[in-house]
Design a protein around this ligand. Sequence first.
Ligand SMILES: Cc1ncc(C[n+]2csc(CCOP(=O)(O)OP(=O)(O)O)c2C)c(N)n1
Ligand SMILES: [Mg+2]
Length: 318
Amino acid sequence: MTEQECSVEDREYKKIKLLATKIRRDVLAMLQHRGYGHIGGSLSLADAYAVLYAKHLRHRPDNPHWEDRDRIVLSKGHAGPVMYSTLAERGFFPKEWLFTLNDGGTRLPSHTDRLKTPGVDATTGSLGQGTSLAAGIAYALKKKNSSRNTYLFVGDGELNEGQCWEAFEFIAAHRLDRCIVFIDDNKKQLDGRTKDILDPFDYVDKMRAFGFYTQKVNGQDIIALDEAITRAKDQHDQANAIVLDTIKGAGVPYFEETEMNHSMKWNNDEINKATDEAIARFDQEIAALAYALEGESLPCACSGLDDGKSSCATQNLS
Ligand SMILES: Cc1ncc(C[n+]2csc(CCOP(=O)(O)OP(=O)(O)O)c2C)c(N)n1
Ligand SMILES: [Mg+2]
């Protein structure tokens, strides 16, 4: 495709796709290196993370505590690998750190920790607690008349924790419109299918009943994700919820098809072969996307994805 044939929108989506592919590749590489870890719920969020960091989230890798940043809370803190891969790709820290996951003394613990990792705003892992943290952060920002957004990611299994619903009541009642709650509805939790463990009924109905402006999107569709986040950012009457219809293990057939894919061990030929093949495929896709984007003229957005060092404040002022 020539420069003329590729619209600005196409290029933007290619850049997001490139980031999502790099995130998936890095998640696989770091978990295979570690030998075990939370694969399913990390892969289900790769696309949402790519859309946020490539386009919507205001952040500065060179200044992680920048007061004017948007906040992000990964309440399902066991999905640390998706956060770490994204942060490394954006240039918050060297990619070599990814291969220290869960080592003694690492900056990248299994579950996210704000005191250890640049770019992590909340310490999470005890399911449910991140929802209250996000509620407090969003409330404090509103009190300060800040126009910054707080993005919260919560798992479908995590919603078994009553604390989530208490926090949602607070977020909705205070009309924290700049709080955007993502429910990662990947239909599974640690030990089975969410529906079989405690049927949640319909998340959209529930969140609407709680008072949220609620959308539901295919959480693996970057265009749908982008449009939903844009709509959420543009409406200021209510708090926002986006239900992500996702697949646990998304993007790698072997992990999608493995029923118990919450946390896996790389201890046999089958899983290592599937991982090697997926990494090789992702590397090809990354090369093809990078080639299609060659000659990129939007400096900040592009360099942030390609060299991992950019301070992308200028690109994230929306
Ligand atoms: C309070 C608490 N109870 C139990 C756990 C153990 N645990 C870790 S992940 C998990 C399942 C989470 O399922 P879900 O929220 O659906 O996550 P995802 O499918 O996105 O990985 C459980 C029970 C925990 N971390 N915290
Ligand atoms: Mg789940």
